[in-house]
Design a protein around this ligand. Structure first.
Ligand code: TAP
Length: 492
């Protein structure tokens, strides 16, 4: 009963009725979305205990894609209990055996990547080119990477016998639904932990398809549980006394609330929160390349990226040249249907997020910055925001200080490298930064001065499973990816 044979209705196992398919409309020919999905607990799909559901909507068409179970406290309790039961046997498996499951999951992600890419673009609004070329290959790559660690934990530098923590509660955002799931689940399973994961309310579908992949891979029941719902479901999960580890990615505000909940308990916590990255362009930079990097830095994934290069810091002597080239390049961006392979900028994920972006952009104008967007026809239904550039921005402006999480770039200028660094670090965040220059010594000096967990040089938004990712200051603590990412799930 694999999910994914187009047009084939499926109703297998205990979760059958909650996982049966409606015939797919033409536009989604490679993915079948059921009218209704249950929670995935203890290897089965089931209704929420109180029968509550919510709707998940396609942000590009405002069409309801499916109804999904709204998990409550009782469901969280059942999921944590299932994960607890599974923990003993799972953690006792030799690492090489756990690795086999992770490799299997990685391969199924590859095999089903077309289906999942379409699903992700429908539920999230991101361009299919990005879900196909970034989200899906990277999600599989994280599983391959951590599969490789599972039998080598004794050689990871944490002593001969590092122990898993137990049940991991994982709460993820809507910007990279499947990729954030893989960042969380792959290292947790490799190290012998079991998982209860709550996806974001606006993007639950790929996590539910992932649950089906776990079944397909024969993963023992209870090792991965998916509890869909809203923020209250996440809060109940984080607060549950049966949880040993909390991993959260999302807003700094919710991260702080979670830190308060977890304080004084035995729970180990990692937080990956917001950002306000500086993308620094020096006057000796290869400017054409830098302009591409600026565009990628802020318009990739509609700017719904925690490490987005949302503040462009450009050296005064080349500012006009860079801005002219940037405006010309922005005018070529195609905004629209996420399923069109020519689309560069897709739909904003939700009405709420569109309202947030709109309010902050309006504040930018009200505070005196100069707003510019290329002429572009936005579709009449769905949630859209034109790529936007603000010049004349000062450090006091809200658009220079607050995370916008949308396709909005704030431009500031600097005269000296010291001034660039001072401005770049003038933020409560510290997740990422970019540097564009021909001089190697300048790259090293700047990177050393920046308080940012990730610094890209002459590139931006590059991810690799072997590379640790995470923030300084209010961008959170703990690292995901690579050997460092193991530490979050081990008693070392
Ligand atoms: P958050 O509210 O932080 O959502 C992240 C996840 O936490 C979601 O699964 C959410 O569930 C859940 N959640 C919400 N309240 C919770 C609580 N009290 N306890 C436990 N879990 C809880 O982000 P958002 O509201 O979607 O976005 C707001 C802003 O946050 C954005 O504009 C953006 O600036 C920032 N943001 C940053 C990131 C990253 S990666 N840095 C990611 C997302 C958003 P629901 O989705 O059901 O609410």
């Amino acid at each position: 009963g694999a999910l994914g044979t187009t047009g084939t209705a499926r109703a297998t196992g205990a979760g059958g009725p909650l996982f049966a398919y409606a015939p797919a409309p033409e536009s989604r020919s490679v993915v079948d979305i059921a009218p209704r999905y249950g929670l995935y607990i203890d290897g089965e799909f089931r209704e929420a205990a109180d029968g509550q559901v919510f709707k998940t909507v396609s942000p590009s068409s405002e069409e309801v894609l499916s109804e999904v179970a709204q998990g409550g406290e009782e469901d969280v309790d059942a999921a944590v209990a299932a994960a607890r039961r599974a923990f003993g046997p799972w953690s006792a498996l030799p690492g090489a055996e756990r690795a086999k499951y992770l490799f299997r999951i990685a391969r199924i992600l590859q095999e089903r990547s077309r289906e999942l890419a379409v699903l992700e673009s429908l539920d999230n609004g991101k361009p299919i080119r990005e879900s196909r070329d970034a989200d899906l290959p990277l999600a599989a790559a994280y599983f391959f990477h951590y599969a490789g660690w599972a039998d080598k934990l004794a050689h990871a530098g944490y002593g001969p016998d590092p122990r898993p923590l137990g049940v991991a509660a994982q709460v993820i955002p809507w910007n990279f639904p499947l990729l954030m799931l893989s960042w969380k689940i792959a290292p947790a399973l490799a190290t012998g932990n079991t998982v209860v994961l709550k996806p974001a309310e606006t993007t639950p579908l790929s996590a539910l398809f992932f649950a089906d992949i776990c079944r397909q891979a024969g993963l023992p029941r209870g090792v991965v549980n998916i509890v869909t719902g809203d923020g209250s479901t996440g809060a109940a999960l984080v607060a549950h006394p049966g949880v040993d580890k909390v991993a959260f990615t999302g807003s700094t505000e919710v991260g702080k609330a979670i830190a308060r909940t977890v304080a004084g308990t035995r729970k180990k916590l990692t937080l990956e929160l917001g950002g306000k990255a500086a993308n620094i362009v020096y006057d000796d930079a290869p400017l054409d390349q830098a302009v591409e990097g600026i565009v990628n830095g802020i318009f990739f994934n509609q700017g719904h990226v925690c490490c987005a290069g949302s503040r462009l810091l450009v050296q005064e002597s080349v500012a006009e040249e860079v801005l002219d080239a940037l405006r010309r390049r922005m005018a070529t961006l195609r905004v629209g249907d996420p399923l069109d392979k020519n689309t560069d900028v897709g739909a904003v994920n939700s009405r709420e997020q569109l309202d947030r972006i709109t309010a902050l952009a309006d504040a930018g104008e009200a505070e005196g910055a100069e707003r510019w967007s290329p002429a572009c026809d936005l579709p009449s239904t769905g949630y859209w925001f034109a790529p936007t550039l603000f010049t004349g921005v000062t450090q006091a402006h809200r658009i220079a200080r607050e995370e916008i999480f949308g396709p909005v770039l704030s431009v500031l200028t600097f005269r000296t490298p010291a001034e660039a660094v001072e401005k770049a670090n003038n933020t409560p965040y510290g997740l990422s930064a970019g540097i564009w220059t021909e001089k190697g010594s300048r790259i090293l000096w700047t990177a050393d001065q920046l308080r940012a967990g990730v610094v890209w040089a002459n590139t931006f938004n590059k991810f690799d499973p072997a590379s640790p990712f995470g923030g300084y200051k209010e961008s959170g603590h703990g690292r995901e990816g690579g050997r460092h990412g193991l530490e979050a799930y081990l008693d070392v």
